[in-house]
Design a protein around this ligand. Structure first.
Ligand SMILES: Cc1ncc(COP(=O)(O)O)c(C=O)c1O
Length: 362
């Protein structure tokens, strides 16, 4: 390879994203609790729409996503013109970096923040800046103190992954108000629907010009495999992102299934209610076995063991029982395991296995 042929700055800094494991060698009955997926799958309306979409495979999709944006607008009470749809919320988060950051700029994310954030910064040659949290909770003052005249973006998931913790509306508003003029706050609401009564940041977007919210169909809607997400922001910002977006980024199938899903709120409510109930049950059961966790606002809990060694041992034991959870060493939390809240039987199996492990089973 010629030495003159070089990738753009930042690209070689990217550490490839590691997704949650889905297989255990030699085990067929595996329960996957490593990717925060909806244990009930997609709702019936979405599955029906998927089957119907097979008739249209030869047709190019429309490029404006008007029908899906209209359905999202109806459901969430938003102006469809300020909505952009993408290949997972990851695409919207990527477009924001492409549009607003580049070499010489800084992109802030927090200590245990979602591991894609530094990747988005590196993709565009910007410098990722990691800011400390306070006991696994985002620290607004630390973020504000880390801002410089080169900070262009702050990525903040609320609720956060993998901690599951959340900061309140006033704290987020204070952050948005305190950012330097050239800096955009990206409020990542991948888990927002799991929080009863939370708008994911809509009011903040409406009241300011420096906030964009992202959402996904991958979590509570149970469509992680189909890759659909969306963003909501000030008109000028959405117009900028639309210039960068590939016109045919979403297929007919993705558009039709997402629209059916957003109109089926019964599935969302059922998923949220079960999650709330089983999350509380599992957190308490683990705490009784001597494994505490912070109060989670999402569809997983971050189980905290006494040491990294103990967490590793617990992970190995869970695997031996066919239970796959997520190691969080890469997030600076080697003493923890992130466990998706599954259906009732999965939660019981996890709690039982952790009890056995703590009781001496290896
Ligand atoms: C905090 C957070 N943001 C964004 C995403 C990306 O989701 P998707 O691209 O599937 O919409 C995830 C997925 O795990 C996440 O945890």
């Amino acid at each position: 390879m010629s030495e003159q042929i070089k990738p753009q700055p930042g690209i070689l800094e990217i550490e490839l994203y590691k997704s949650g494991a889905s297989k255990i060698e030699g085990v067929t009955d595996v329960v996957k609790l490593s990717s925060n997926e909806n244990p009930y799958g997609a709702g019936e309306a979405a599955r029906d729409a998927y089957m119907r979409a097979g008739h249209d495979l030869h047709r190019y999709p429309n490029t404006d996503h008007a029908s899906l944006r209209g359905a999202i607008g109806d459901q969430y009470g938003l102006n469809p013109e300020q909505i952009i749809c993408g290949v997972g919320s990851d695409e919207i988060l990527t477009l924001l970096a492409q549009a607003y950051a580049g070499p010489g700029d800084e992109v802030i994310y927090t200590e245990h923040g979602f591991s894609m954030y530094p990747i988005f910064a590196n993709m565009v040659g910007a410098t990722p800046v990691k800011v400390p949290e306070r006991d696994r909770v985002v620290d607004v003052d630390a973020i504000l103190n880390a801002c410089t005249d080169r900070t262009r973006l702050v990525y903040l998931a609320n609720p956060a992954n993998p901690t599951g913790t959340m900061i309140g509306g006033n704290a987020v508003a204070r952050l948005a108000a305190g950012l330097p003029e050239q800096c955009l706050l990206v409020l990542d609401g991948a888990y927002a629907e799991y929080v009863e009564g939370y708008d994911g940041g809509v009011r903040l977007v409406d009241g300011r010009s420096n906030v964009v919210m992202t959402r996904t169909f991958s979590k509570i809607y149970g469509l992680g495999g189909l890759r659909i997400g969306w963003g909501y922001g000030p008109q000028e910002i959405i117009d900028v992102l639309n210039r960068l977006r590939q016109p045919f980024n979403l297929s007919n199938t993705q558009l039709a299934v997402a629209e059916a899903a957003v109109r089926d709120q019964a599935h969302v409510e059922k998923s949220r209610d079960n999650n709330t109930r089983l999350r509380a049950w599992m957190a308490e059961a683990l705490a009784e076995h001597g494994v505490p966790s912070d109060t989670s606002c999402a569809n997983f809990i971050l189980a905290r063991f006494a040491s990294a060694e103990e967490a590793e041992g617990a992970d190995a034991y869970l695997r031996s029982q066919g239970l796959l959870v997520r190691q969080t060493g890469g997030y600076g939390l080697p003493q923890c395991l992130r466990i998706t809240v599954g259906d009732e039987s999965s939660c019981r199996r996890v709690a039982h296995a952790i009890g056995q492990f703590k009781g001496g089973a290896r």
